[in-house]
Design a protein around this ligand. Structure first.
Ligand code: ATP
Ligand code: MG
Length: 289
């Protein structure tokens, strides 16, 4: 989408209710007939056809000629539905600039009671790795597996961060809708983009956070210098959708990999050498996994 905020502001209430009707219709139809969109939205057929034409021009719906004219929506429309839900929930008042583009997400600045990071998950679209990984959670086979994968990732990340934020230094999650997670905005660069004045202490603080998460039964499983933001108050660990619980069969491997990534970075950038064994010893109970 060219400009999220502009698209959001340009959407009328009726257009939004049509997108929402298509979303509901997609539970039963791959391509939702306009008659059903009219039924679900409660808007008259002629008006629905006119509005669908407009949404099609805005590239917010896709259209297919079958023995009927069917419609479906894609991530762009889901983005707008999620945003309008976050606004309705009172979590969000304004959208700012794009602050991050990852392999599997896009992150925007937002404003609610405080500055927010709005993470739009994109899992199912960019790779099927996550879809496969999350398949055991996909109770009912969805017609939109990519949205399911992305929503599940957002919900999982929200749940993990909600639990962790009591004790571990992570952004506080604020709300989740579909594939979008709203969380506290962390002001500070990622670890890879700054030079720490006291790297020994920096490494200590990071290992302490990993240990706290581990004590709560959670392993990040994608920890690196890119997923640690350095705020004035200290390191904040972000990017938790792939986190696993200590009951995971590969938990030891994942914990070791997380620690090794951090240690390797500190060795390369600051020449600090801490053996993996020593870092593992700080993880209370690691000998049992
Ligand atoms: N709470 C936050 N506060 C400030 N910036 C954030 C926050 N969350 C994410 N970001 C920014 O967005 C970027 C991407 O976020 P995140 O690492 O969670 O997603 P990602 O899709 O996994 O990215 P990648 O695949 O590149 O690791 C981060 O590198 C960071 O710059
Ligand atoms: Mg990341």
């Amino acid at each position: 989408m060219e400009n999220l905020a502009t698209a959001f502001l340009g959407l009328s209430r009726e257009e939004r209710s049509l997108l929402s009707a298509i979303e509901s219709g997609m539970k039963a139809h791959e391509w939702v007939p306009s008659s059903i969109i009219s039924d679900i939205s409660g808007l008259p057929a002629r008006k629905v056809d006119f509005l669908l034409g407009r949404l099609f021009e805005k590239k917010l719906v896709e259209r297919e000629s079958l023995h009927y004219l069917g419609y479906r929506i894609d991530f762009d429309a889901y983005d707008l539905l999620a945003l309008s839900d976050l606004v309705a929930k009172g979590a969000l008042n304004a959208i700012g600039e794009r602050i991050g583009v990852g392999k599997e997400s896009v992150v925007y600045l937002g404003y609610g009671d405080m500055p927010l990071a709005l993470k739009f998950h994109r899992q199912g679209r960019t790779s099927f790795k996550h879809v496969r990984r999350l398949r055991h959670n996909l109770s009912n086979k969805s017609r939109v597996p990519w949205l399911y994968a992305a929503s599940l990732a957002a919900r999982h990340e929200h749940q993990i961060m909600e639990k962790l934020c009591q004790e571990v230094s992570v952004p506080r999650p604020v709300a989740v809708s579909r594939h979008v997670l709203a969380m506290e905005f962390v002001s500070g660069p990622p670890l890879n983009r700054i030079s720490l004045s006291d790297p020994v202490n920096g490494l200590e603080l990071i290992l302490a956070e990993v240990a706290k998460a581990f004590r709560m039964g959670i392993i990040h499983a994608d920890l690196s210098e890119f997923n640690i933001l350095v705020a004035e108050s200290g390191p904040k660990i972000i990017d938790w959708p792939q986190a696993v619980e200590v009951t995971h069969p590969h938990v030891r491997e994942l914990l070791e990999r997380d620690l090794a990534n951090v240690l390797r970075f500190f060795q390369r950038k600051y020449g600090i050498r801490v053996p993996l064994e020593e870092a593992l010893q700080r993880m209370e109970g690691a000998e049992r996994i």
